[in-house]
Design a binder for this molecule. Structure first.
Ligand code: SAM
Length: 285
């Protein structure tokens, strides 16, 4: 009997998308979430949490390159970074490609996600979890950000969506203020804000909360095939205005200096991603 992983419209079940599970590698109810890891002929290995696709081997490069290289190359001097969530290791792997990055701390609530990523998602995380520049903290991101005293140049919030579950607290003004206090002068915060066509509130409400904690907030977009519904969006927040208007030439020089080979990110894609169509721009106006 064919097994399907089904994602459905949380509002009124108006749509359902199914991925065939050709081989289930692991299925477990962790302390926090329903975790399933499976193989699909189109997307390769897929991680789903609470029935929602988190990452796939085939399209993760789009999501993670835009989540990481946009803020890193816009900032131009990231040495210490914090990842909140990100247990699949994809954002960590992209960050550690930057030789100028001296240390990355990951605060992930669910040790089970990291464990299974290490075992089954090497195509996404590579050897990033073994990098000497890396420290893992298993904790709730909000509590950790409120109690910690370390400072960072970049905070990447690679969380689950703000639906019922542990990720909700990571879309609040309280969390963003705690993050602002963890940033060095000129630091930058980036968040994933899901797919606005289906969930405009996952962008509009967090952006309002970000504006209470930061002087400058912008959104940028990318189409990730396994995040159904068109473009997904990211929010970028900082107190440094220039960080939101770095020229393509400067980005190109920084990319060349980094020695990175990217499959999706380019300086032109970076700049173009901030050009939001009116229906999306009005969500953050
Ligand atoms: N790319 C995915 C997306 O856009 O939906 C996110 C992937 S990543 C696997 C999400 C991670 O956030 C999960 O491993 C989950 O355990 C973690 N997470 C959720 N709530 C958290 C919290 N309050 N503190 C720390 N990590 C959290």
């Amino acid at each position: 009997m064919t097994d399907w992983q089904e994602e459905r419209d949380p509002a009124d079940d108006a749509w359902r998308v199914r991925l065939r599970m050709d081989r289930v590698l692991h299925r477990q109810k962790t302390e926090f979430q329903d975790l399933v890891l499976f193989e699909n002929a189109q997307f390769g290995r897929v991680l789903a949490l609470d029935g929602i696709v988190q990452t796939t081997e085939r399209d993760e490069f789009i999501y993670h390159e835009m989540l990481v290289h946009v803020p890193v190359l816009a900032h131009g001097g990231v040495k210490r970074a914090l990842i909140v969530g990100g247990g699949d290791g994809g954002a960590l792997e992209e960050l550690l490609k930057h030789r100028t990055v001296q240390h990355v701390t990951m605060v992930e609530i669910d040790a089970g996600v990291v464990e299974f990523a290490r075992q089954h998602l090497r195509a996404i995380c590579g050897d990033a979890f073994e990098d000497p520049r890396f420290t893992l903290e298993i904790a709730d991101g909000l509590a950790w950000a409120q109690e910690a005293d370390q400072r960072f140049d970049l905070i990447v919030v690679d969380s689950t969506d703000p639906v019922e579950g542990p990720g909700q607290v990571l879309f609040t003004e309280t969390f963003y203020r705690a993050c602002a206090a963890r940033l060095n002068d000129g630091g930058v915060l980036v968040t994933q804000n899901a797919v606005p066509f289906f969930n405009p509130e996952f962008l509009s409400e967090p952006v309002q909360a970000l504006r209470a904690a930061f002087h400058h907030v912008a959104a940028y977009r990318a189409a990730v095939p396994s995040f159904y519904g068109g473009d997904m969006v990211y929010a970028l927040a900082t107190d440094r205005a220039d960080l939101l208007s770095v020229s393509e030439d400067v980005l190109a020089d920084r990319l060349t200096a980094s020695g990175l080979i990217t499959r999706h990110y380019t300086p032109a894609v970076h700049r173009g991603a901030f050009a939001l169509p009116p229906w999306m721009a009005e969500m953050i106006s």
